[in-house]
Design a protein around this ligand. Structure first.
Ligand code: F6P
Length: 554
């Protein structure tokens, strides 16, 4: 980072003049309602919009004025967001606690781009892996790659967890309409044996390919499931170890561990330590997806990512969508005490999108010490949640509309459903989208007491039927959910998360918080099995373990 930026970091975020100015501005804004903001500036519905690639982003229904936006940009400038962004794109080791570069953007760089890590251009290696993935995917899709008994592969089971599962699983759902429907894809992540059990039901081992996805290849859940999958395969194919080579491939950065597990390194697709797990599904981790949608569609998706990378890198702050979306989150978290953020896709195909974003956002920005290890005294990442919108409308939207909390929300919708829908199902799309537009309207503008009374509602019911409104939302609209649009959406959120981490001065690229649970699980397991080492447990856990053992008849 530049000297200037390092200096500005010496001032605590919430003592900077820019933060204090936003605080004053927030006070002045008081209870200003979105209705007033639209009355003052009816043009904001068109003015407060952006186009990025194929995405149309409307941020007019936010509690912001031109002044708010200018102050937020000043905060972004003072906290060095642009400098950190440039350092990331240059391959500098901005993940300081792990001493690593953060270069998921290199995964979608064009073949002729140059991105250096420690003086070496990594782009040729990225494309070499993509080419190897493409060749393998084509072999599986065409039936050239056969199982041990010579049968064609019909089932692909991805075994991985966290970033080695959520991305490909989400994208497979999102792009189902683009997949080879002759292939069955399943994703196994949970160490609960039920997950693998259900995934393997009805599958013929002779037709099944396992993709073991693990950056470290040491993750206990994945290695345990992979071992069980190998046992299942060998039991089904007569016990010859040679079968493993035709039915197991690995996606990893750890060739040694892959070999130790018994997978031929020739069947390994590599990536690098500068790809964070939750930023990895456009690396080799996306192999299952590439098999499903084919290499061309996968490359279209990468181009979509790259479009938004370029936008984030070069667009001026006033027109920079990830910057804007990130700063809006900083605004609500810092000055409206908003604790959560809903992402509500109006597409059945995006049913796993928010679950994917939960890891992306919460594992990145769920931190409470700054880059220098000092406790932060401002809120960092929000709780991210949500499911496809229309289902949510009949479940938790009540709280969005009339609850006491502020919950900013992103609404994601498409002008056209996927091409393959039957005409009568295609016709349902307008109803879906009518809900999409109606919800953000109701959330923003609500319904006043006067409007309720004018409908002749009994006085006692007026408070119950009044909608305060003033709930901020972003609307993201695209023509159709294509591979390119999916790439654009994911990159948009990746960079939004980046912006927030930069402002909050936290390391968005480590995840030390998941380690303690892993270590403790190793201590608890022997206590469950043979009752040993219970003296190491705290009194509550010891009691729970003892009850568990009794229930298990031990
Ligand atoms: O949950 C912690 C974590 O380290 C994630 O960051 C990561 O995506 C996941 O585990 C899986 O790790 P691996 O790909 O190394 O198996």
């Amino acid at each position: 980072m530049s000297e200037m930026n390092a200096d500005s970091r010496k001032t605590r975020l919430n003592r900077t003049p820019e933060w204090l100015a936003l605080g004053k501005h927030r006070e002045a804004l008081g209870q200003t309602h979105l209705r007033e903001l639209f009355e003052t500036n009816p043009g904001r519905g068109a003015d407060y919009t952006l186009r990025v690639g194929d995405l149309y982003i409307d941020y007019s229904k936010h509690l912001v004025t031109d002044e708010t936006l200018a102050l937020l940009r000043e905060l972004a400038a003072a906290t060095g967001v642009a400098e950190l962004r440039d350092a990331m794109f240059r391959g500098e080791k901005i993940n300081t606690t792990e001493d690593r570069a953060v270069l998921h953007t290199a995964l979608r760089a064009p073949r002729d781009a140059v991105v250096e890590v420690d003086g070496e251009n990594v782009v040729p290696a990225v494309h070499a892996v993509l080419d190897k993935m493409a060749a393998f995917s084509e072999q599986v899709r065409s039936g050239k790659w056969t199982g041990f008994t010579g049968k064609r592969i019909k089932n692909v089971v991805n075994i991985g967890i966290g970033g080695s599962d959520l991305g490909p699983a989400m994208a497979y759902e999102a792009l189902r309409a683009f997949t080879d429907r002759g292939l069955t894809l399943r994703f196994v992540s949970n160490v609960d044996g039920a997950d693998l059990h259900e995934a393997l039901r009805g599958l013929d081992p002779a037709e099944t390919l396992f993709i073991i996805a693990s950056k470290t290849f040491t993750t206990i859940e994945t290695i345990t499931n992979a071992t069980s999958a190998r046992t299942w395969l060998l039991a089904g194919l007569g016990g010859d170890d040679a079968a493993v080579a035709r039915h197991f491939v690995a996606l990893s950065t750890n060739a040694e561990k892959v070999e130790e597990f018994g997978i031929d390194p020739a069947n390994m697709f590599g990536f690098w330590d500068w790809v964070g797990g939750r930023y990895s599904f456009d690396s080799a981790i996306g192999l299952s997806l590439m098999i499903a949608i084919g290499p061309d569609a996968f490359r279209e998706m990468l181009d979509g990512f790259h479009t938004v990378d370029e936008h984030f890198r070069t667009a001026p702050p006033e027109r920079n969508a990830p910057l804007l979306m990130g700063m809006l989150g900083v605004w609500y978290g810092g000055f409206f005490d908003a604790h959560s953020h809903a992402v509500l896709p109006y597409s059945h195909y995006l049913s796993r999108f928010t679950a994917y974003l939960q890891q992306l956002d919460m594992e990145s920005n769920g931190k409470s010490v700054d880059r220098d290890g000092n406790p932060v005294d401002w809120h960092t990442g929000p709780v991210v949640w949500g499911t496809p919108g229309t289902n949510g409308q009949h479940a938790y939207y009540q709280l969005l509309h009339q609850g006491t909390r502020m919950i900013p929300a992103d609404f994601i919708g498409f002008a056209r459903p996927v091409a393959e829908l039957e005409p009568e199902l295609e016709a349902q799309h307008d109803l879906l989208m009518a809900n999409f537009f109606a919800q953000t309207q109701a959330l923003a503008f609500g319904k006043t007491e006067e409007e309720v009374r004018a409908e002749g509602v009994a006085e006692a019911l007026v408070p119950h039927k009044t909608f305060r409104g003033n709930h901020p939302t972003t609307t993201i609209l695209a023509d159709e959910l294509t591979p390119a649009v999916l790439g654009q959406l994911v990159a948009l959120y990746e960079h939004k998360v980046f912006v927030q981490g930069a402002v909050w001065n936290i390391d968005s690229f480590d995840q030390w918080g998941v380690e303690l649970g892993k270590v403790l699980a190793k201590q608890v397991e022997p206590a469950l099995i043979d009752g040993s080492r219970t003296e190491d447990l705290d009194p509550s856990t010891r009691e729970l373990v003892s009850t568990y053992r009794k229930l298990r008849g031990r």
